[in-house]
Design a protein around this ligand. Structure first.
Ligand code: MN
Length: 197
């Protein structure tokens, strides 16, 4: 199943949705971006996205990321999103794919840890292999995170796990205690209210 930008485009009507279209050109940035968007759709989840060239590799994480290295979080691979999506916060109108409110829960840049090792593995090769190791430099999340593919096929299943390092903290529960957007400072409810027409 293709997880590329074609799938993103097919699922959306950009006349109806305020989400960015996939054609918008984005300037090259030296740092690879990551974003985690809290998405109050039919099921509340967190979309974890990592930049690979001009696209954002994407996973839907129902429980969101944890800072506790003993916790494994299910991450379902979804279609790639355009880079501009990293700045999207707002509401996807009723009747559209993914209808609901999107909040930028965390944002920053990341490094591919496997590229720094002896057998230097690119992010693309890590994706194909099903084992991604990144170091996040976000406002809420920092340090190593591991993504491991546990099921291939139509719906790829992965696990997202905090790696043991200085930023690991079993007691911190950022998904419950740090609910606001890192961009607007708003809560989901406040974004909903602002975008109500
Ligand atoms: Mn989503």
């Amino acid at each position: 199943m293709p997880k590329d930008l074609e799938e993103y485009k097919e699922q959306r009507d950009f006349q109806q949705s305020s989400e960015p279209s996939a054609d918008k050109k984005v300037g090259a940035s030296e740092e690879q971006q990551f974003v985690i968007q809290k998405h109050d759709a039919s099921n509340l989840h967190y979309d974890f996205r990592l930049q690979l060239e001009n696209r954002l590799l994407s996973w839907a994480v129902p429980k969101g990321p944890s800072t506790d290295p003993s916790e494994k979080r299910l991450a379902i691979r979804t279609e790639d999103h355009p880079l501009a999506y990293a700045n999207f916060e707002g509401r996807i109108a009723e009747g559209n794919y993914g209808a609901g409110t999107v909040l930028i829960w965390d944002k920053g840049h990341f490094e591919n840890k496997r590229a720094q090792k002896q057998d230097s593995t690119s992010l693309k090769a890590s994706l194909e292999e099903g084992k991604i190791e990144v170091c996040l430099h976000g406002e809420k999340l920092q340090g190593g995170y591991l993504l491991i593919r546990t099921q291939e096929g139509q719906q790829e299943k992965w696990l997202l796990k905090k790696m043991k390092d200085k930023a690991a903290d079993a007691r911190r529960k950022p998904t419950s205690t740090e609910a606001r957007s890192v961009v607007s400072g708003d809560t989901l409810k406040e974004i909903q209210e602002k975008t109500n027409d």
